[in-house]
Design a protein around this ligand. Structure first.
Ligand code: ADP
Ligand code: MG
Length: 394
């Protein structure tokens, strides 16, 4: 993969694709700036190399211009984190005046690229048309938005093909970590999967099953596994359509000698609410009309023991409804066990990365917290990521 070292930068205007798709509260305040902070090393490297840095990014899934999805608040937060001014262009295709006014080492952010429908067009010629507008003011393209490298979009793929281009430091690091998890992880290798639906992670299970020593299942996906074992799950979230697929995984794990662990107990609730009435039950005793919202204390202990002895651990998907304190204990236990594990520990983006921050676990204790949810899952599925393919070769 081409890196920053492959680009000649001094005096150039570099277009930098970042992932600034941050969560916002109902008032439009940024609630988590992990992704903005993740971009700082590359921005600083480009500033130090003597480039003008013009950043492209998106926020949400706007249809046309939607003021609540403006990147203006991100420009302000970026400026605070960077400790220098960030100019803002309200035009997603770049505003010649703003770009011309930048001195070497200065930074600008363009408005939400998705305000221009060509960014996400299914027609490659429309995407190329938008990229050609950017290419008028840019000398080089740096791809550092790991969260979007699984997308074919103008600012990810077409733009990279139009100019000298390379991976930024974040994309290079994320790629290196996930490549190691896919090929060449040190063993014992443990994968922990949770989250809401098993259907979202079938590809990851399939891809990783032959590579791991232990696969620990939690979260909403556990209940489809219980169905596959012929157990009752009450009103817990489950996907009966996937029971046969999941049965296949159970058989495959046995054939491969993989230690596939399912929760042995759960925290169940009478309704989906923070103040629900809860109880701890064995997995064979989930009452009708109750829903499992977290893994139970015995499961936490069993999983923590496996994690402690692992040389590599990757985790994707919370163990329960961590957004409600009553159901956050399982997620917290797994996060703490990983934080204490001396092996190579990776959190695969999305809600698990958010959970670690919300639950106040020391982030420094992990080797890597990915900024890309969908991208990290697709990487682990062994899929080709178009935004990385365009950066390969010399
Ligand atoms: P990730 O983004 O890490 O891949 P997902 O998006 O698949 O994870 O799932 C995260 C969501 O799963 C969280 O909002 C959490 O509340 C929910 N969840 C976890 N366990 C359960 C459960 N037992 N029942 C319902 N929802 C759950
Ligand atoms: Mg998610």
């Amino acid at each position: 993969m081409r890196t920053l070292a492959d680009l000649v930068l001094p005096g150039s205007t570099v277009a930098l694709r970042c992932d600034f798709n941050v969560p916002l509260d109902p008032q439009g305040e940024i609630t988590d700036d992990l992704r903005i902070a993740g971009a700082l090393p590359t921005i600083r490297a480009l500033q130090q190399a003597g480039s003008r840095v013009v950043i492209l990014a998106h926020l949400g899934r706007p249809k046309g211009e939607v003021s609540s999805l403006s990147l203006a608040p991100v420009a302000r937060r970026l400026s605070e984190l960077l400790g220098s001014t960030v100019a803002f262009s309200t035009n997603p295709s770049g505003d010649q005046r703003v770009i011309d006014s930048l001195k070497l080492g200065e930074v600008a952010l363009l408005e939400n690229t998705r305000f221009d429908p060509r960014e996400t067009s299914k027609d490659p010629s429309e995407r190329a048309e938008l990229a050609a507008i950017w290419a008028k003011w840019a000398d080089a393209f740096v791809s550092d938005g790991f969260g979007v490298v699984h997308r074919e979009q103008a600012s990810v793929t077409e733009f990279a093909n139009m100019l000298p281009s390379a991976a930024g430091l974040l994309v290079a690091r994320e790629s290196e970590v996930f490549a190691r998890l896919l090929e060449g992880a040190e063993r014992p290798y443990t994968v922990i999967l949770g989250g809401s639906k098993v259907g979202d992670k079938l590809g990851v299970i399939e891809s990783l099953l032959p590579k791991v020593d232990s696969l620990l299942i939690g979260g909403g996906m556990a209940y489809t596994f219980l169905l596959a074992m012929g157990l009752e799950v009450g009103d817990s979230i489950s996907q009966p359509d996937f029971v046969d697929t999941v049965k296949g995984f159970l058989t495959k794990a046995e054939e491969l000698g993989v230690n596939l662990m399912l929760p042995v107990d759960f925290v169940v609730a009478d309704r989906f609410a923070p103040d629900a009435t809860t109880q701890i039950v064995e997995r064979s005793n989930i009452p009708a009309h109750s829903m499992g919202l977290d893994i139970g204390p015995r499961t936490r202990e069993l999983y923590s023991k496996v994690i402690a002895k692992s040389a590599t651990v990757v985790w994707n998907g919370p163990m329960g409804v961590f957004e409600m304190p009553a159901f956050a204990g399982g997620t917290l236990a797994v996060a703490q066990a990983m934080a204490a594990c001396p092996g190579f520990t990776v959190i695969g983006g999305g809600d698990s990365a958010a959970a670690v921050r919300i639950l106040d676990v020391n982030e420094q204790a992990f080797d890597h917290i990915s900024t890309g949810g969908g991208a990290s899952l697709e990487f682990l599925e062994g899929k080709e990521l178009p935004g990385l393919t365009v950066l390969k070769g010399k």
